[in-house]
Design a protein around this ligand. Structure first.
Ligand code: FES
Length: 576
């Protein structure tokens, strides 16, 4: 059997004459000065997500140059191409609204253009998941290159970094502990260089997950964006992509059930962002796997948080890199990992750990016997308020509030909250439970990171630092507090959350994994009957596609038609 077409001969444009299609393609590319010798090489696509709107990818030009060097040293032909780029603070209504669009763009550009392997350059929160989702569906050999974390800054000799410190200082400003001059000075220091947020937010979580999945070269998660190590990783990534093309090491050989289970372990052990669960679920869904949330919760019982990074701990990503990065963490987690999972190098995770530099004394990754937190950072809740489940990042929650019953103080949507939360008239005290509706996948739309509701100003002034908060939205991985998120089904499609009223009692028990609205079934049914809910709609365009096809958090907030058509099993628990 002959090999399928490769390099420039791959995926010819349809003119009804294959010979002419190749002739024309080569004529055009030669217009850019290429020789036949160059065009005969394996072609490595490089997804370029550099954008003036995305400072987290501000080193993209240097990374592309280094990837190209690696590709050419290994005998390939590098071809960079643009895709959508999304930055957290420059996407309206929210970056999550656009993640699936970026995944479609990535998938279709990989399919449409001739390439034998693809290097995915991503970093800012939604970009890595979008790229992995797209590449998983496209199916060719793919390798992730992370842009890397930003450097930390300094405010009055205190080390600061985005974005846990952004929230902390903003909280101080709201509580009138610091003035306008100081908050302006802090603003200059929080982001000290290009690169992704320097704490264990979603970007760092996804970088660690990408390496745990086997989708980066070893050590690819942690080097800072502006370091020589990061550039070396880029060169190695380019060279490895050529080898993957030659070996036809397609993504389905790497993104297996075992790889996803390893990634879930790592997510728990790093005290990773709750967003990581949604993204991992979406990527797994592209490969035909369902994530079993109850099993994830059980895995949490035996997976301690080992990484001492903000917001759960004290350090920043550059410290993690200095401590040996993922090799240090994975070595500690070894008994819990599938070491036979394959990586982009063609070697297994276990083989790569054997080859890694030897361990040394450091204080960022704790040993299993002395964890930061004895259980995985994320707990899965269930109850009549969240029949489909909800989650809480227990490692970032206040211990005194994890078993709590209080009176609901309800905000109908983001606008309602913005209008009233700082009012002195707001009837709220520290024992209450703040409820925010309509910030789920369809609600806002785009499931914004608004689940981290601010402490009402009058409570903040009185020194209240945490309060139980519940919503169907997400929160940034850089946030902290006793915050219940991803309530399923969301309120905008008529979930029970939609029917909570001011004064209802709500009981949270992290110990029992339960979230209960203390309202009788009959009363809840009456409220539902009296106020049926029509899900949001749009007249046209992407928003229409989004609202008609977006799934809930337990399916990764992916579009239903993008998920794999064939189911391969459940994670964890399927050893396929
Ligand atoms: Fe890009 Fe935080 S805003 S990683």
């Amino acid at each position: 059997m002959s090999n399928p077409p490769s390099g420039m001969k791959k995926g010819l444009t349809q003119y009804g004459d294959q010979g002419f299609s190749l002739f024309l393609r080569k004529a055009f590319i030669k217009g850019a000065g290429y020789t036949d010798a160059a065009l005969d090489r394996p072609v490595i696509g490089i997804a370029n997500t550099g954008s003036a709107y995305n400072p987290c990818h501000g080193n993209a030009p240097q990374l592309i140059e280094a990837v190209k060097r690696g590709v050419m040293l290994a005998g390939g032909l590098p071809m960079d191409f643009p895709t959508i780029s999304i930055h957290e603070s420059f996407a309206q209504p929210t970056s999550m609204f656009l993640r699936n669009l970026m995944s479609i763009d990535t998938e279709e550009m990989i399919r449409a253009q001739p390439m034998d392997a693809v290097v995915l350059i991503g970093g800012c929160d939604k970009t890595v998941p979008a790229q992995l989702m797209g590449a998983a569906s496209a199916g060719i050999p793919a390798i992730q290159l992370i842009t890397g974390s930003m450097l930390t800054g300094s405010h009055r000799s205190e080390r600061v970094g985005a974005c846990t410190d952004c929230r902390r200082y903003w909280g101080k400003f709201r509580a009138e502990e610091i003035d306008a001059q100081e908050i302006a000075a802090v603003n200059n220091q929080l982001v000290a260089s290009v690169g992704t947020c320097s704490v264990m937010g979603t970007a760092s979580t996804m970088a660690c997950i990408a390496e745990a999945l086997g989708m980066t070269v070893p050590g690819g998660a942690s080097p800072p964006a502006v370091s020589a190590d990061r550039i070396r990783i880029a060169e190695l990534t380019g060279a490895q992509a050529v080898q993957m093309a030659k070996d036809r090491l397609t993504i389905d050989k790497i993104l297996t059930a075992k790889a996803f289970e390893n990634a879930m372990r790592v997510l728990l052990a790093i005290g990773g962002s709750t967003n990581g669960i949604v993204h991992l679920t979406a990527i797994a869904g592209r490969m035909g796997f369902e994530v079993d949330m109850q099993a994830l919760d059980r895995m949490g019982n035996e997976t301690p948080v080992l990484l001492d990074l903000k917001p759960s701990g004290a350090h920043y990503m550059e410290d993690f890199h200095d401590a040996g990065g993922m090799a240090t963490l994975l070595r500690e987690l070894k008994p819990l990992l599938h070491l036979d999972a394959l990586t982009v190098t063609g070697r297994t995770l276990g083989e790569e750990l054997e080859r890694a530099a030897p361990p040394f004394q450091q204080d960022v990754v704790r040993p299993m016997a002395q964890p930061i937190y004895p259980q995985g950072g994320i707990a899965v809740l269930q109850g009549n308020l969240a029949p489909g489940g909800a989650i809480i990042k227990q490692s970032a929650a206040h211990p005194d509030l994890m078993e709590h019953e209080g009176r609901a103080v309800v905000f109908e949507n983001l606008e309602d909250m913005a209008n009233r939360i700082d009012s002195d008239e707001l009837d709220v005290n520290a024992d209450d439970v703040l409820v925010l509706k309509n910030i789920g996948p369809q609600g806002a739309p785009g499931m914004p990171e608004a689940g981290y509701m601010p402490i009402p100003r009058k409570l903040a002034r009185a020194g209240v630092k945490d309060i139980v908060r519940i919503s169907d939205g997400r929160m940034s991985g850089t946030a902290f507090g006793t915050i219940v998120l991803h309530v399923i089904p969301e309120s905008a499609i008529g979930g029970p959350l939609a029917y909570v009223q001011n004064g209802d009692r709500i009981q949270l028990s992290v110990k029992n994994r339960s979230l209960q609205l203390k309202v009788s079934e009959a009363e809840l049914a009456r409220r539902m009957r009296e106020r049926p809910i029509t899900p949001p709609q749009a007249d046209r365009g992407y928003r229409k596609l989004y609202l008609q096809t977006v799934t809930q958090a337990d399916q990764g907030v992916d579009f239903d038609f993008l998920r794999a058509s064939e189911q391969r099993g459940t994670i964890p628990g399927n050893k396929k």
